[in-house]
Design a protein around this ligand. Structure first.
Ligand code: UDP
Ligand code: MG
Length: 304
């Protein structure tokens, strides 16, 4: 029998954590799947780490990694994968929104030889209207920019050891698990699941953090914004040619003094396009700066 590692990023999940540990270990024991649960405490401010220690005392298959501060879910996923000893490793949320029953389904598919088993959402569960609109827009832009359909993608996945190793070999600082696990290839298959309600605690995503996340990942996976800058430049250039010809024609035909409004509008328009373009270019430079610093993705302060 082959060992399944389950990586569970957890941030302020004191309420859900013991339940997740219990549900998962009961299920995997029942299904006769050898397992280890790796809870990655992403610098929680509540008693999550204490709950992980408790769970570890009850079940030796429960391991824990504690970050020195909150590094984000992506970092937590990669820390968990790096610690996983299994022949395959699954990633799932601590809030049990990813149905544990689907996990066993994924494991069976892995046994049949699939190497990357991706959970896709059949439905999105209950979300507020504005949040749904924000995530919808986010995924549409992302899908365009990255060239992968992200609208139903999630971090709920099961990866073969080989896939895990190739993910861990990627050195980039700003990792994006969903896109990377697609990008590596291997024998992939999708499994549909229904998103469960979060039973306790609250979602850690504000609309603001979603927007930041979207910018990060679009810049990380596409140079489309830079091409848009070039596009804007071309459009302005065409306008310049047309207006230029018109201005010259007027000058030579002898009535050229008017047009103060045009001058103001042009200065404003060109000024803002230049500023936005500088901003976009600057954003990419900032990313390069982040990457060349070679900082670690996360810092582990304790393990159990
Ligand atoms: N999470 C994390 N670090 C963070 C934010 C979230 O490890 O900075 C974890 C969180 O504990 C949960 C998972 O990521 O296990 C998904 O978070 P959440 O349920 O808040 O997101 P949603 O389900 O609303 O997309
Ligand atoms: Mg959730």
């Amino acid at each position: 029998m082959s060992l399944l590692s389950v990586v569970i990023p957890s941030y302020n999940e004191e309420e859900m954590l013991p339940r997740a540990a219990q549900v998962l270990s009961e299920l995997l024991k029942k299904e006769n799947i050898p397992y280890e649960l790796i809870f990655v405490d992403d610098g929680s401010k509540d008693a999550s780490w204490q709950k992980i220690l408790d769970a570890n005392r009850e079940d030796a298959n429960v391991h824990g990694i504690h970050f020195s501060r909150n590094f984000g879910k992506e970092a937590a996923i990669f820390a968990g994968l790096a610690a996983a000893k299994g022949d395959c490793a699954a990633v799932m949320d601590c809030d049990l929104q990813h149905p544990p029953a689907t996990l066993t389904k994924m494991y069976r598919l892995w046994e049949q030889g699939y190497e990357v088993i991706e959970g896709v959402k059949r439905s999105r569960g209950r979300e507020s209207g504005s949040h749904r609109a924000a995530t919808g827009l986010f995924y549409r832009i992302m899908s365009k920019a990255i060239g992968i359909d992200m609208s139903r993608a999630s971090d709920f996945k099961l990866l073969d050891r080989r896939a895990v190793d190739s993910l861990l070999d990627m050195p980039e600082h700003s990792a994006f698990f969903r896109a990377m696990s697609f990008w590596i290839g291997f024998k992939q298959i999708q499994v549909e699941y229904d998103v469960m309600e979060r039973e306790a605690g609250e979602s850690k995503w504000s609309t603001r953090s979603l927007i930041r996340y979207a910018f990060n990942n679009i810049a990380g996976y596409s140079t489309l914004p830079l091409q848009l800058v070039t596009g804007a430049g071309v459009v302005v250039f065409l306008l310049a040619v047309i207006l230029g010809i018109q201005t010259l024609a007027r000058y030579f035909s002898g009535h050229a003094v008017e047009g103060f409004t045009t001058v103001i509008l042009l200065i404003l328009m060109i000024g803002s396009i230049i500023m936005i373009s500088l901003g976009i270019t600057g954003y990419y430079i900032a990313r390069i700066y982040e990457e060349v610093k070679r900082r670690p993705r996360y810092i582990i302060s304790r393990t159990v």
